[in-house]
Design a protein around this ligand. Structure first.
Ligand code: PRP
Length: 179
C-alpha cells in the first residue's frame, strides 16, 4: 500500500502524540463526569480505539453510521442514519468522534439532530480538518490537525474502502484515484 502514497502526512508517532494531547484535553474538561463517546463509522474506528485508551474517565462508547461519501470523493447532500445510538442521550455529556471534517455536510446535519435529543452537552472531536473544503459551518471542540485539501487515507480513512488499516495518514497518489 505504501507505493500508492505520494507522501506520509502524519507518522504513527506523530498521530500517537496528537491523540494523547486530545485525550488529555478531554480528561481535563470532563473530570468528574462520565461522558458518552460516540464514534461515527466507519472512518473513526481507529482514532476512537486509540483515543479511548488514553481517556482515564469512566466513559461509555457507542457508534453511529451515517452516509455521506460513496466510492467517489464528494459527500452527498443528504444525511441518512444507517445505525443509530442504542442509548438515550438526554441529559448525557456526549463527545462525537470523527476522523475527518471536510465539506461539513455530514456533521452540520448530524449535530442538530442529536441536539434535539436533549444531551447535557455535545462536543466534537475530529482528527483531521480540511477547512478549504468547508461548505457548512461546523465548530470543532477538539482538533488534531488542520490539513490542506489533499486526498488523505490511512488511520481509518479510506479510498474505495481500502487503506483504512495503514498506521499513518498519507496522501494518495492522484493516479490511484483517477484510474
Ligand atoms: C467521512 C468522515 C465524515 C465525512 C466528512 O466519512 O468520516 O463522516 O466523510 O465529510 P463531510 O464533512 O464532507 O461531510 P465517509 O462518508 O467517507 O464514510 P466512512 O467514515 O465510512 O469512510
Amino acid at each position: 500500500m505504501q507505493k500508492d502514497m505520494e507522501q506520509i502526512l502524519f507518522s504513527e508517532q506523530e498521530i500517537k502524540d496528537c491523540v494523547s494531547r486530545l485525550a488529555g484535553e478531554i480528561n481535563r474538561d470532563y473530570a468528574g463526569k462520565e461522558p458518552l463517546v460516540v464514534g461515527i463509522l466507519q472512518g473513526s474506528f481507529v482514532f476512537l480505539a486509540d483515543l479511548v485508551r488514553q481517556i482515564t474517565l469512566p466513559i461509555r462508547v457507542e457508534f453511529m453510521s451515517v452516509s455521506s461519501y460513496g466510492s467517489g470523493t464528494e459527500s452527498s447532500g443528504s444525511l441518512n442514519i444507517r445505525l443509530d445510538l442504542a442509548e438515550d442521550i438526554a441529559g448525557r455529556d456526549v463527545i462525537l468522534v470523527e476522523d475527518i471534517l471536510d465539506s461539513g455536510n455530514t456533521l452540520s446535519r448530524l449535530i442538530p439532530s442529536l441536539q434535539e435529543r436533549g444531551p447535557a452537552s455535545l462536543k466534537l472531536c475530529v482528527l483531521l480538518d480540511k477547512p478549504d473544503r468547508r461548505v457548512k459551518e461546523v465548530s470543532v471542540d477538539y482538533l488534531g490537525y488542520s490539513i490542506p485539501d489533499a486526498f488523505v487515507v490511512g488511520y481509518g480513512l479510506d479510498y474505495d474502502q481500502k487503506y483504512r488499516n495503514l498506521p499513518y495518514v498519507g496522501i494518495l497518489k492522484p493516479e490511484v484515484y483517477s484510474k
